[in-house]
Design a binder for this molecule. Sequence first.
Ligand code: ATR
Length: 277
Amino acid sequence: MISGAARLAGVLGWPVAHSRSPKLHNFWLARHTIDGAYVPLPVAPENFATAVLGLRAAGFRGANVTIPHKEAAFAVCARVDDTARRAGAVNTLTFAAEGITGSNTDGAGFLANLRAHGVNPVAGPALLLGAGGAARAIAAELLALGVRVRIANRTPERAASLAAALPGIEILDWARRNAALADYALLVNTTSAGMHGAPELDLDLARAPASLTVADIVYVPLATPLLAAAAARGLRTVGGLGMLLHQAVPGFSLWFGVTPQIDQEVIALMAADIPAT
Ligand code: ATR
């Protein structure tokens, strides 16, 4: 039940109809019998700042931000934390009395998901494929833990500009990605390759050491071709759905005052309408 005093939050995106965040947050709201709602907020880029100010004026507690607004969200904040600064982007806005604050929970959500799978993120060097916003957020949090991070990207200029933005990150030539696998404890696909309807990631795991953990941020399908290939070799795999769940926790907790749990019930609910392969 939503009363006149309900707490409100939502997700800003363009488009946003595909977002699974409303399903997740409203499940948690119901589980904790919180008087609140979390709604999709389709906002075109040119209206982003106006919409954020309007939501704040209308009493929203805050909002998540997804593609293509994460950099614009950074710009509307009066204050951002270190996670946002390192990522150069904001995915979680809170409308506080003193102004709009922003953080980026993507990298921490990725790490929390690794740990939930029993993987120690600081076990050894990490190789990230891709150089977009997700790569930056994940690389930033791994670097902050003291992990050695290399990125390999199909388009070298994008790898170079990410490396310029994140001191400490190293670049691996895209052409060397297969041969170099032996040097890493963790491989992360941050590209959209392997997503339902997109081409598969062009990667050969033949040189992967038995100790390699293979993580994918793609979660449609749940078992991407990369994860299936890794599992077939007996490697430990970490799918992308958990990152979506874990990145949502800090916002929910800030806006609604309860820290939600990620258990089998919520994982099964969120996986229910995603193809397995
Ligand atoms: P985001 O910012 O959300 O992480 P993005 O900016 O669309 O996403 O970045 C997509 C990433 O996936 C890029 O690193 C892109 O590589 P390029 O810079 O060479 O375009 C990568 N990518 C997409 N499809 C790919 C494919 N089939 N093989 C390799 N990399 C791919």
